[in-house]
Ligand binder design. Sequence first.
Ligand code: PEP
Ligand code: MG
Length: 324
Amino acid sequence: LTAELAALSGLPARTTDGAELNLYVNTGLAAEINRALEIGCAGVGLHRTEFPFMMRDRFPGEEEQASLYREVLSAFAPLPVTLRTLDVGGDKPLPYFPTHDENPFLGWRGLRMTLDHPEIFLTQLRAMLRASVGLDNLRLMFPMVTRVEEAEQAAALVARARAELAEEGVVTAPPQVGAMVEVPAAVYQAESLARRLDFLSVGSNDLAQYLLAVDRNNSRVASLYDELHPAVLRAVNEVAEAGRRVGRPVSVCGSMAGEPAVAPLLLAMGMEGLSMSSGRLLRVKWVIRTISAADARGMLTEALACETPQQVRQLVNSALDDHG
Ligand code: PEP
Ligand code: MG
């Protein structure tokens, strides 16, 4: 099977009836870049920028960040690379920047923190923009968007960073700018967010955690965490529909995107792309290439009518078995 999968590297993720899906990789560490380039992909759908911040004892400066971002942007150019702005707090604390949250997942994390500290945010945005000079494959993505104004403020800071750089003689192309949909409130405002931005990407890990009110790291309740809960599927489908209504691409970058059995459902929802760890990509591509979009749509209709995670699981697994 491994050789069979490896043979898919250069082939498109296209169904038997010609529907295509972009398969992106999630990156964060330098080692992940080479692995992704080996297997072939449509670009980077989620580059987590927090690791260098977590591994140091202070905030990395603009130069230092720019060279890190340049590495990933240039490795994949001309393919798009989606750099997510800093998402610390929650499960990713910074030792040198304590947030004193009693409940970190409902606290000062992601965009909330960076909007409160425009100097930290602008340093990162300037570094990202500078790294993109001459490559023009930068996409910027904001984590933990909860209110429309947050997306507007963040986009305004991107514009300000570009204007500052231009004044300094560094001319950058306007990047594509998007929001993660990972807070339930953003599902219900997906259309408003999409209208203001270039794209949306569903962060299904956090979205499931917040929809189900389950901390995955708490063993007492971890078994209740389930990305196949019908409520999660419906929420993800709503985001896809909202994007379609206003003509903006929607993708998924949580671990759901790397589940081969779930890929047909996400395809049928009309996702533009799926972003996953590189180890998952060829398996997902294999599934896409064995199904038809028409069958996937039928399966989605059934899945959206399911009332329990177990019913959804049976449905997607039996479809996968049918295709070997
Ligand atoms: C998510 O929440 O689904 C996601 C992709 O982001 P992270 O796992 O980094 O929180
Ligand atoms: Mg998240």
